[in-house]
Design a binder for this molecule. Sequence first.
Ligand code: ZN
Length: 61
Amino acid sequence: MESGFVIDKTGKEFASAPEWAEGAPERSFWMGLKLAGRERHAIVTYRCSACGYLESYAPSM
Ligand SMILES: [Zn+2]
């Protein structure tokens, strides 16, 4: 397992799918968090249709 964080894009004008980025979040003076050079993966979330339980994955391409 590798630690990382989910990129919060709530400030954006249009909806987009969430992404996971490796490492600890670090502020960038210009635009929120520093994301340059980090490994990033789109998050896929599965939902149990019986109880609503969610499970997320950020698979490699
Ligand atoms: Zn369930």
